[in-house]
Design a protein around this ligand. Sequence first.
Ligand code: ATP
Ligand code: MG
Length: 571
Amino acid sequence: MIDHDTDTAASSSSDAPAKDFIRAMVERDLSAGRLGRTVHTRFPPEPNGYLHLGHAKSICLNFGLAREYNGLCNLRFDDTNPLKESREYVDAIREDVRWLGFDWEDREYYASDYFEQLYEFAEKLIRMGKAYVDSLTADEIREFRGTLTRPGRNSPYRERGVEENLDLFRRMRAGEFADGAHVLRARINMASPNLIMRDPALYRIRKARHHRTDERWCIYPMYDYTHCISDSLEGVTHSLCTLEFVNNRELYDWILETLGIYHPEQTEFARLSITCTVLSKRKLIQLVEEKRVAGWDDPRMPTLSGLRRRGVPPEALRDFCSRIGVARADNTVEYGLLEFCVRERLNATAPRAMAVLNPLKVIVENYPEDQVEWFALPLMPDCPEKGVRRIPFSREIWIEREDFREDAPKKFFRLAPGREVRLRCAYYITCKEVLKDASGNITGLICTYDPQSRGGGTPDNRKIKGTLHWVAASHCRSMEVRLYEHLFCREDPENVEPDTSFLDLLNPDSLRIVEGLADPSVIGLAPGQCLQFERLGYFTVDADSTPEHPVFNRTVSLKDTWTKLEKRNEE
Ligand code: ATP
Ligand code: MG
């Protein structure tokens, strides 16, 4: 099922996207002079939820093509269902597209802006005998439609005359009928092998307030009807959509050909699926509404706002979209590839700092009690010119509890009784004594330091394998740290067994909150700022963070190096 191996993906990294079948098609169209205009695409979200990773793929494709071929890309809200859509979603989508790094300039369109034109086209279809008002109930329409193996039957209203149809359609618009009393249908072919072509609905009555047109309309056009005409009116050249619309293409073509208006070409590509998460708006809405997560921007959500809050840089997402490419066959991408892209980006941009998440006190008994020294931690180890962070060192420090073991195996290269380790950019320390409470829990360590090891080396060049991160007890501040795991405990939460819900697969440990300690130089950072806490991962200041109560999200762990280290230590 999974066809993306992180390692191969990493080694086949490319800056310019490879020529996928869509780009090849665009180039053929351009060189054959078939377009007669510049490449023109659109990203057409329905404002009924927040954008997710799948949309990022579509945004990068549509806006990316426009950018690569000196063309244009529209942002078009496909707002034809007033019951599910809202201004909140429109605003969130605009913010997300912009954040991802794309600009639609003055081309922000709404299907609802075309309602009058769409209505005129519908009357034209009626006058051509290509559409009729049907008065069957929804259940009857479904029954008359037939199945894949059984042709449909004509509705008894199919032969209504043009005048009667026009009259009924106008009265539908005027609000004379209740929801469901009539629908306008295309008059195509009830025996078509393509079920979508069996007289599809074009308009339905829905007495609902629309977030843009208010109560001006009580009939609303259907998606298939609206979409192709919107593409046509906007002069789109390439209408790219996901594979599930492959059967709708015949209707797309029929409507535009029948109306005799400009006809863009629809092309389908595979939708993005990714392991350990769901990418369907319906399911994401459920997670939000049932409060299984803190909101659309919960950092565990695969939404763009969630990823942003978590600290994923837009550059990493664009890199991810370019690596997964565009193909015609469905596939599932490993979540690890996204994490790889995030690490790649943050490794090059996130300054280093130190923090301790599960603290254990170390008293350096031969270090002068009132002394404080400042050591230099390189902000970017690969770019010395980026400077250093000054880190205070004092007699009492905190180290990570997991970095000490009383009964350590031989190859445990961290701290243990009698063993020596390096404190990152400070001194070597040796463990002399383990302090315990009445019930035998370890409460601290007494160590000594070697003054000759200042800065992390000694004149005798003795070999020290372990290097620990630490913070000075005298200077550190506490912070809330939110550690995330996958939202689902299964790789394929989209494919649940018939009588289970995807909600049963939620990972109960997807969020763990710990009280960490960090050097004060990182505590004043503004929300959205990223850094690497050495050995712990990349962290981003959360929107909830205040100077009094700093909050950090772990964006991604340093898993690769960490597991390698861990393995070596356990050997
Ligand atoms: P969902 O299935 O999550 O409800 P949708 O397709 O209904 O998504 P739209 O707002 O209609 O959501 O999508 C806008 C555009 O984004 C469409 O062109 C759609 O094809 C594309 N898109 C949506 N989901 C994905 C995905 N998983 N992979 C690639 N493109 C997607
Ligand atoms: Mg859709």
